[in-house]
Design a protein around this ligand. Structure first.
Ligand SMILES: [Zn+2]
Ligand SMILES: [Zn+2]
Length: 310
């Protein structure tokens, strides 16, 4: 019988190693110790990607271990797809509560809620970041993945949506370990596309008044979300007709419904900076579309594909 203290000591020692780790047989369980720790406010996909970047387990093997075949960002919305008890037995000495907390959960079907964490029309995930938080500890905070999360309350700045050097957004699907080797990337402190440090990048500036409105409304959105208010009250939906039938697609959040009487001021500030395109400003949250229907239909196909796969 190995004591918990001994296991923790082994884990500490292994964490400082640079190379891949051996599985250890501990009290009948085959464990991998010494992987990066999951932070209490970290989103699941960020932890998985940091494990990949640590090179302590091969990417393919890790995906096999967690039994995940889809895009990594989609894992954040699908806690029921994972056997968390198995992961707790397999990796580090993590508490199951920390893993449970790392998922984004909405009181609505997966396909309907996809637009709250994904840029549906451009078919890519939302991974915003605060450069100052990244400087403190390079991982993706769960709160940054929500479409209604615009600013960092700790540092009072807007979140960045893309690398200011190369213009690419963070997308874990681009993660290719040999490219990461070339760029010497070992954690999430650098842009995965060009290798530039994220912590030195400058967020867009808006007036103090607009910033206070954003921080205030964003905080109440998080309060509402945690108190069980249905977040679908804030969704923006595109409506279009196809073969005489009315179709709809959830595409993001409604800035008008979130910011209410301050919506014009916030919209002007965001538009001037050219940011947060998944927030829509039609007063009702419904967007009638007649032009560019092709793009909407392709996005709808993409969403339906996810419904079939998951
Ligand atoms: Zn911050
Ligand atoms: Zn970049």
């Amino acid at each position: 019988m190995v004591s918990m203290l001994q296991v923790r000591e082994i884990e500490q020692r292994l964490r400082s190693q640079q190379r891949s780790l051996p599985y250890l047989n501990i009290d009948g369980a085959r464990r991998l110790l010494g992987l990066p720790v999951i932070h209490s406010d970290e989103v699941f996909s960020s932890w998985i990607v940091r494990i990949m970047l640590s090179r302590k387990i091969n990417k393919r093997k890790l995906l096999e271990e967690i039994n995940w075949k889809e895009a990594i960002h989609l894992a954040d919305l699908k806690p029921a797809s994972f056997n968390l008890k198995h992961l707790v037995l397999r990796f580090n000495l993590i508490q199951i509560e920390l893993l449970e907390r790392s998922f984004l959960q909405f009181e609505m079907p997966f396909v309907d809620s996809l637009c709250l964490t994904t840029d549906i029309l451009n078919r890519k995930p939302i991974f915003r970041f605060c450069p100052y938080c990244i400087a403190e500890e390079p991982y993706i905070r769960k709160s940054w993945r929500y479409a209604f999360s615009y600013a960092c309350p700790d540092h009072g700045c807007l979140l960045l949506e893309q690398c200011t050097q190369c213009g690419e957004s963070i997308d874990f699907e681009k993660l290719n370990i040999s490219k990461m080797d070339e760029l010497s990337i070992h954690d999430l402190s650098s842009c995965l596309s060009c290798g530039t440090g994220l912590s030195s990048q400058q967020p867009h500036r808006i007036s103090d008044r607009a910033m206070n409105i954003v921080l205030d409304r964003q905080a109440s959105m998080f309060r509402e979300l945690s108190s069980g208010v249905r977040i679908n009250n804030y969704i923006a939906q595109i409506r279009y007709s196809e073969n005489g039938l009315l179709n709809c697609l959830n595409v993001g959040v409604s800035g008008s419904l979130i910011f209410k009487e301050d919506a014009d001021e916030v919209r002007t500030a965001f538009r001037k900076a050219g940011i947060f395109s998944t927030s829509y400003w039609q007063p009702s949250g419904c967007i009638p579309v007649t032009k560019g229907v092709g793009k909407v239909k392709r996005a709808k196909q993409w969403v339906i594909k996810h419904r079939e796969q998951l």
